[in-house]
Design a protein. Structure first.
Length: 594
């Protein structure tokens, strides 16, 4: 039984393929076409999934789409009519899209794939719920999903038992914790649906001075349900703004211009907004725990990528165990749809647990070699793994930034040891070096510690044996360890931890072991192998191009080591390119009326 899940036409598009209950492949389209947050039809991602499984499209038994287009269209139409004539521009923009192809998404999918199979549709938040619960290690769990908006639902909770999922409560548009965070992101001059994580990274540098003002914007009940004062929001009628002039008057300053200087005011807004979002999610999780009495909770939706809120949920809500699927956003809807069809609709037992995120394309040494020869790279072949790892660990210990390209690509927004940039977490200058010379991004952006799982509790305030494989939890760094981990200890003393095991990513695990033998610290600094404005690298060609155009010192790709670059390398050109890429995709377009 082969089931293909598809998500597209809203946020990040992606595809996932489940064969006989096992995930075979999953990937975002952006990794192939190099357009960050690409949301159109995931043609290359689907082709990859089929290729990985050795199947043709005719061998797929069921195809599922991650939401219900007619229900979404109903919400958009009702929203436009309710605010007419303010919604004239959204009407002119949305109607051609919807009347052209989005109301006939099933036919669009059939035409793109050259098939006449029936297309099945799953509710948006049910896709999110399934993407977490049906691949989690728990037989039963509470489920919370939160994002901007699906069809009508913006936040939902319920329970999962075995293969069944029951969503019992929801918050409906226009009231949305995801849209609240998007408005904060836009107000701070960052790109919505891309830079919410900048807000989260900026927050520890500020003070939550404006929490009371945010309470005027959003009414938060004890059960975590919320209701907006809509006079502060524009997402029900505008395609260009998410908040109103009244919002700016409340806080006393206009929206920050893109690339303008970040002041204490902006840092305090980030701290306050983050604190409010955390409060909403913790209150909701506490209520859900009290209502369900369950020990386990699964989170999904874009808000589930807020790792600070996730950690507080685990610490404060009463749940003993938490699972967050690594592609928690819309691309993960493809995964959820596929498993929902296989397990819940068709009634097949659950046999798969997602222990890692490495479900994208991998490349053989022969394929890597062909690319290196094509670009006339100067490389060294090191077939002995121990030598390769010792030399790589030595370069990291010596203060080098290493591009690490091994195995299959990660599914989801986090690089987790397959397409990563690695460095010494004990070098106090490393954060500045990588942000300025490699990533070309803001200096406040944090980096993550990747730690051998068996040692995680020694360096972070987390229990022995705890799993955090997807970099979605943020415990405190132990006070006596912070001096030895300055590059991965954030401003508030936390670290966005990734626990690494030999069973799930063996070569990466053995590299961290080698680094630990050299330094006494079984932790490396890990950040995504890309530059600002680009997706994480996918192919050897992507990796080599990024290595050449940035300040990365070495590239370890398969069994090959590259330290030499072409004679003419212009890092400033690389920086300008990354800023241009981000500017090209920048928009404050409403996430709802389209």
């Amino acid at each position: 039984m082969n089931v293909l899940g598809i998500s597209c036409y809203y946020h990040d598009s992606g595809a996932a393929l489940v064969c006989d209950g096992q995930l075979v492949a999953a990937a975002e389209e952006e990794r192939f076409n190099r357009q960050k947050h690409f949301n159109e039809f995931p043609e290359q991602a689907i082709a990859y999934c089929l290729r990985e499984a050795g199947l043709t499209i005719d061998q797929i038994d069921h195809i599922g789409f991650y939401e219900k287009p007619m229900v979404k269209f109903n919400r958009i139409l009702e929203t436009i009519l309710a605010r007419w004539p303010l919604t004239l521009r959204p009407w002119l923009k949305a109607m051609p899209l919807w009347l052209g192809k989005r109301l006939r998404i099933g036919k669009e999918i059939q035409d793109k794939l050259g098939i006449d199979k029936e297309i099945l549709y799953c509710q948006h938040h049910l896709s999110h719920a399934a993407s977490a619960f049906l691949v989690c290690p728990f037989e039963e769990a509470a489920i919370i999903t939160a994002d901007g908006v699906g069809e009508w639902t913006t936040t939902a909770w319920g329970v999962g038992r075995g293969t069944s999922i029951e969503i019992t409560h929801e918050i409906r548009f226009p009231h949305s914790v995801g849209l609240l965070f998007s408005a904060i992101t836009a107000y701070l001059g960052f790109r919505i649906n891309d830079a919410e994580w900048k807000v989260m990274g900026l927050a520890p540098y500020g003070e939550p001075k404006y929490v009371d003002k945010f309470r005027e914007i959003v009414d938060i009940k004890e059960d975590g349900s919320i209701r907006f004062n809509l006079s502060y929001f524009a997402h029900t009628y505008s395609t260009t703004r998410t908040f109103t002039r009244r919002w700016e008057e409340l806080f006393g300053q206009p929206q920050r211009r893109h690339e303008a200087e970040l002041t204490d005011f902006h840092r305090d807004i980030a701290a306050s907004g983050q604190k409010v979002v955390e409060s909403i999610m913790v209150k909701m999780a506490t209520h859900v725990h009290r209502e369900t009495g369950m020990e386990n909770v699964c989170l999904a939706g874009g808000v589930a990528l807020n790792c600070v809120a996730n950690w507080r949920i685990l610490q404060e809500s009463g749940f003993k165990n938490i699972f967050i699927q690594p592609a928690a956003g819309d691309s993960g809807g493809a995964l959820g749809t596929a498993f929902y069809i296989y397990n819940t609709v068709l009634g097949n037992p659950r046999t798969f647990v997602m222990k890692h995120s490495l479900w994208g394309p991998g490349f053989t040494n022969q394929e890597i070699l062909a690319e290196l020869n094509r670009v006339e790279a100067v490389y060294e072949t090191i077939e002995d793994e121990e030598e390769l790892l010792e030399r790589t660990a030595g370069m990291i210990a010596d203060g080098k930034v290493v591009g690490w390209f091994q195995g299959r690509l990660e599914f989801g927004p986090r690089a987790l040891g397959a397409r990563s940039l690695l460095a010494d977490p004990g070098n106090p200058k490393m954060k500045e070096i990588i942000n300025a010379k490699v990533k070309f991004r803001e200096a406040f952006r944090p980096f993550a510690p990747a730690v051998l799982k068996e040692h995680a509790h020694e360096y972070f305030e987390m229990p022995p044996g705890m799993d955090a494989p997807f970099m979605l939890l943020v415990p405190k760094v132990r006070k006596d360890k912070r001096k030895s981990l300055p590059a991965v200890t954030h401003q508030d003393g936390t670290g966005r931890v990734q626990t690494v095991t030999a069973s799930d990513n063996g070569r990466y695990y053995r590299l961290i072991q080698a680094f630990g033998r050299k330094t006494g610290v079984p932790i490396v600094l890990n950040t995504s192998f890309n530059v600002r404005g680009e997706p994480i690298v996918c192919t050897p060609a992507d990796a080599y191009r990024t290595f050449v155009n940035t300040g990365i010192d070495a590239l370890v790709i398969g069994d090959f080591l590259i330290t030499e670059k072409p004679d003419v390398v212009n890092y400033n050109a690389g920086m300008q390119r990354s800023i241009r890429l981000e500017a090209d995709m920048r928009t404050d377009e409403s996430v709802t009326i389209r």
